[in-house]
Design a protein around this ligand. Structure first.
Ligand SMILES: NC(=O)c1ccc[n+]([C@@H]2O[C@H](COP(=O)([O-])OP(=O)(O)OC[C@H]3O[C@@H](n4cnc5c(N)ncnc54)[C@H](O)[C@@H]3O)[C@@H](O)[C@H]2O)c1
Length: 665
C-alpha cells in the first residue's frame, strides 16, 4: 500500500508485524508504576477496544509488557512504516483541504527530526503527547482523510471520539487535552489516568499540532534575553563578553544558546544528557561543547576577556557551574534555568552529585529517594543563585516552575512577605509588560506547499507590512516593532527551520491581521501556496497560568482560567480551522489552562473574513482582561483599539488611590 492508501486504511486489516524498538531513538523515560492490578487490567481492556477481538489474545500480553516496561501502552506495533514528516498538503488523501492541512501539522509534530520521543508520540517537554498511542493516530488520520467540510472531528486527549455533523464555518477539529474535574488534577492523578489511557498531557503545541521545532521559542527567548540585558546594562552598552548562565538543551530550552548568540552575549548552558547536548551542537544551535569544568572555567574567562559572542554547552549539572563560578569569582550578568521542573520527579530535573544514568535508575527503582535528591539539589541550586544575586546577578524564573518547586523543596527563594518569590518571572518583568499587555505575541505560520521559496516570500511580505505599520505606530510600541522587523529581516539567516516550512514572528493584533490579509491576497494571486496560521499557546490571551503567562496579573484573578476558556470558545465560532484547550503545558498538570488555534488561508474572501474576525478577538480578549487587571500598558492598548474599532466596547477599570485604602482595616 502506498502512503495515501495506508492513511485511508486507518487500523490495518491484517495485524502488522511486531517490530524491534529502534535502538537509535530517544526513548521516553519509564513512567511511574502507579496502577493497581485491577487498574492495570482496566488499562489493557481500554487499549484493546481499538482492535478486533481476534487480536486480543496476541495484543493483551504485548500491551501488558509495554505497560510494565514503559509505564504506558504506546502500541508500538502499530506505528506506520512510512516516513513521518510534514509532506506538502497536496500529498495527503483528503476531501477537505483544511483536513489535509491538519494532517500536515500532525505529521510534523511526529517527525523524528522534530519530536523528542517520536516512538512514544511525544513532541517536546518530556511528556507533551500528540496522541497517547498509535491507534489514536491511525484512526484520526483516517477520519481526516474522509471528513467533509460539513463535519467536525472531536479529539478527547488524543482519542478520536468521532466525526460529528457541523457546518462549513465550524472548526474541522476540536481538541481537548488533559481536562479534568478540578479536584482530580494533581500530578499523580495525571500519571494514573494517562496510564489508564483516558487522558494525556498535550503540553502547549504538542497536542494541538502547532509545534514548529525550537524556532518557535527562539524569537521569544531572544526578546527575553535582549530585554533582560537592556534592563541591567547602562544605555548603549552591549551584551558582548557578558554572561548568561542557564540550563537545558531540550525541546524548548535548546533555543537558549541560539537566542543568546542573536542577543550578542556569552551563553553558558548546562545539559546533563549528552545526547541532547550533542544533538543541539550538530544542529548548530550551540557553538561549542565542553565536558570538563576546568576547561569551562578557562574558556569562559577567555571569552570575557575577548568580549566574545559565543554559546557554550557544558555537559554536566547546572548546579556545579553556579557553585564553581561562585568560587572562581566569575560574575554572571544574567541567570535563569530551563530544566523541566514541571515534571521534577520523572526526569525533568537531574540532581547534582548523581550521574545521569544513576538518576534514571533511581527514577524507576527508588522514586521516593530520587525525590529527596531532587529537593536537596534544588536547595543547593537556589543557595548558590542567592550568593550570585548578592553580588549583582539578575536572576529570573523561566516559566519552568523552578521557583515553585524550589520553594516546595524548602529552598530560600521566598520574598520577605512570604507570598511572593525573591526573583521575578520573565513574564512579570519582561514579556508581560513589554509584549503581552500590548498584544505582542508569538504569531506563526506554516507554508503548506512545503516550499522554502514560499517561506522566503512570506518573510518579505511580513517585513513590509510591519514597516508600514511602524511608520504609524505610537512611541509606546516603537521598540517592539523595530525588534520584530529586525527579527524577520534576519530570520532566514539564522537557519531555524526544522521540519515544516514555518516561521514565528511576534506581532500585535494589527500586525497579525494585516500580515494574514497580505498572505491571503498573495495566495489569491497565485504568488503563494496555502498558509496555515497559528500561534504558541504561550501568548496574550490563550493561557491562564499564574506563575507564567498571567504572572503579571495583580488583581487576584491570576488563579482563574476564564480568559483561556473564553478564548477557545470565542475563536471556535469566529473561524478557526481547529481549536484546542489543554490542562497542563510547560509548568505542569493542574498549574495552567492553555489554548490555541490553527487557521488555513486559501486565498478566498471567506478566509479573509474569518482571519479578520478571529485574530482580532484572539488578541484583544487578553488585552481586555489585562487592562481590567489595571495593567497600564494594556489599558493603553485597549483604548487605542476601541478608537480604531467602533464595535469594540470594553469595560475599563477606575484606578483607586492608595490613601483611600490606607486606614480602612
Ligand atoms: N523556552 C521558553 O520560552 C520557555 C517558556 C516557558 C517555559 N519553558 C519551560 O522550560 C522547561 C524546559 O522545556 P524543554 O522543552 O526544553 O524541556 P526538555 O525536557 O526537553 O529539556 C530540559 C533539559 O534539561 C536537562 N536537565 C535537567 N536537569 C538538569 C540539570 N540539573 N542540569 C543540567 N541539565 C538538566 C534535561 O536533560 C533536558 O534535556 C519546561 O519546563 C518549559 O515549560 C520554556
Amino acid at each position: 500500500m502506498n502512503f495515501k492508501e495506508q492513511i485511508q486504511a486507518g487500523i490495518p486489516k491484517a495485524l502488522p508485524i511486531k517490530k524491534p524498538y529502534p535502538s537509535a531513538s530517544n526513548r521516553a523515560p519509564k513512567r511511574k508504576d502507579i496502577l493497581s492490578i485491577q487498574e492495570k487490567q482496566l488499562a489493557i481492556r481500554n487499549a484493546l477496544r481499538y482492535f478486533p477481538e481476534d487480536w486480543h489474545e496476541i495484543l493483551a500480553p504485548e500491551f501488558a509488557a509495554e505497560l510494565k516496561e514503559f509505564g504506558r501502552i504506546y502500541m508500538h506495533r502499530f506505528k506506520p512504516d512510512y516516513k513521518m514528516y510534514a509532506r506538502a498538503v497536496s500529498e495527503y488523501p483528503a476531501k477537505s483541504n483544511q483536513a489535509a492541512a491538519i494532517m500536515l501539522m500532525i505529521s510534523n509534530n511526529l517527525d523524528p527530526e522534530v519530536a523528542q520521543h517520536p516512538e512514544e508520540l511525544i513532541t517536546y517537554g518530556g511528556n507533551g503527547g500528540v496522541f497517547q498511542n498509535w491507534a489514536q493516530y491511525l484512526i484520526t488520520m483516517q477520519y481526516l482523510s474522509i471528513m467533509t467540510e460539513e463535519q467536525t472531528l472531536h479529539l478527547y486527549s488524543g482519542h478520536p471520539m468521532g466525526l460529528f455533523p457541523s457546518s462549513k464555518n465550524a472548526p474541522r477539529v476540536v481538541v481537548t487535552n488533559g481536562m479534568m474535574v478540578p479536584n482530580y488534577s494533581k500530578p499523580d492523578d495525571w500519571e494514573k489516568f494517562n496510564a489508564l489511557g483516558v487522558t494525556q498531557y498535550g503540553q502547549m503545541t504538542a497536542g494541538s499540532f502547532m509545534y514548529i521545532g525550537p524556532q518557535g521559542i527562539v524569537h521569544g527567548t531572544t526578546i527575553t534575553v535582549m530585554n533582560a540585558f537592556r534592563k541591567i546594562l547602562p544605555k548603549g552598552e552591549t551584551p558582548a563578553g557578558k554572561i548568561f548562565l542557564t540550563a537545558g538543551l531540550g525541546g524548548m530550552s535548546g533555543a537558549q544558546p541560539k537566542a543568546g548568540n542573536i542577543a550578542g552575549c556569552i551563553t553558558i548552558c548546562a545539559e546533563v544528557n549528552p545526547h541532547a547536548a550533542k544533538k543541539r551542537h550538530e544542529q548548530a544551535w550551540v557553538d561549542e561543547l565542553i565536558d570538563s569544568m576546568d576547561e569551562l572555567v578557562r574558556r569562559v574567562k577567555k571569552a570575557q576577556l575577548d568580549n566574545e559572542v559565543v554559546s557554550i554547552a557544558y555537559i554536566g549539572n547546572i548546579v556545579a557551574i553556579w557553585e564553581r563560578f561562585d568560587e572562581e569569582g566569575i560574575f554572571i550578568h544574567l541567570g535563569s534555568d530551563q530544566t523541566s521542573l514541571h515534571i521534577p520527579w520523572t526526569g525533568g530535573y537531574y540532581p547534582v552529585g548523581i550521574s545521569y544514568e544513576e538518576s534514571n535508575r533511581l527514577i524507576a527503582e527508588a522514586p521516593d529517594l530520587f525525590k529527596i535528591k531532587v529537593q536537596q539539589s534544588l536547595c543547593r541550586h537556589a543557595a548558590s543563585i542567592n550568593n550570585h544575586s548578592a553580588k549583582g546577578t539578575y536572576f529570573f524564573d523561566y516559566g519552568n516552575a523552578f521557583l515553585l518547586e524550589a520553594s516546595r523543596a524548602g529552598a530560600d527563594v521566598m520574598a520577605k512577605n512570604n507570598v511572593d518569590f525573591k526573583y521575578p518571572s520573565y513574564v512579570q518583568d519582561i514579556l508581560g509588560p513589554m509584549c503581552f499587555d500590548y498584544g505582542f505575541g508569538p504569531f506563526r505560520w506554516v507554508c503548506a506547499s512545503g516550499k522554502p521559496e514560499d517561506l522566503d516570500k512570506t518573510d518579505q511580505i511580513a517585513m513590509e507590512v510591519l514597516q508600514q505599520i511602524m511608520a504609524q505606530s505610537p512611541e509606546e510600541i516603537q521598540l517592539q516593532m523595530q525588534d520584530n522587523i529586525t527579527w524577520i529581516k534576519n530570520a532566514k539567516k539564522h537557519n531555524m527551520v526544522v521540519g515544516s516550512q514555518a516561521r514565528i514572528l511576534y506581532a500585535d493584533a494589527e500586525g497579525r491581521s494585516k500580515i494574514a490579509v497580505a498572505f491571503n491576497q498573495a495566495i489569491a494571486s497565485g504568488e503563494l501556496g496555502p498558509i496555515i496560521l497559528g500561534r504558541d499557546h504561550h501568548d496574550v490571551s490563550g493561557t491562564d497560568s499564574p506563575y507564567r503567562e498571567t504572572s503579571n496579573i495583580y488583581d487576584g484573578s491570576k488563579f482563574t482560567a476564564d480568559m483561556a476558556i473564553h478564548n477557545v470558545i470565542g475563536d471556535s465560532f469566529r473561524g478557526a480551522t481547529w481549536v484546542s484547550i489543554h490542562n497542563g503545558g510547560g509548568v505542569g498538570w493542574g498549574e495552567v489552562v492553555n489554548g490555541g488555534f490553527g487557521m488555513v488561508l486559501d486565498g478566498s474572501p471567506q478566509a479573509e473574513a474569518r482571519l479578520k474576525n478571529m485574530l482580532f478577538y484572539d488578541v484583544n480578549n487578553g488585552i481586555a482582561r489585562r487592562s481590567w487587571a489595571r495593567n497600564k500598558e494594556a489599558v493603553f492598548a485597549i483604548k487605542r483599539e476601541m478608537e480604531r474599532s467602533p464595535n469594540l466596547k470594553v469595560t475599563l477599570p477606575n484606578m483607586v488611590e492608595d490613601r483611600i485604602l490606607k486606614n480602612l482595616f
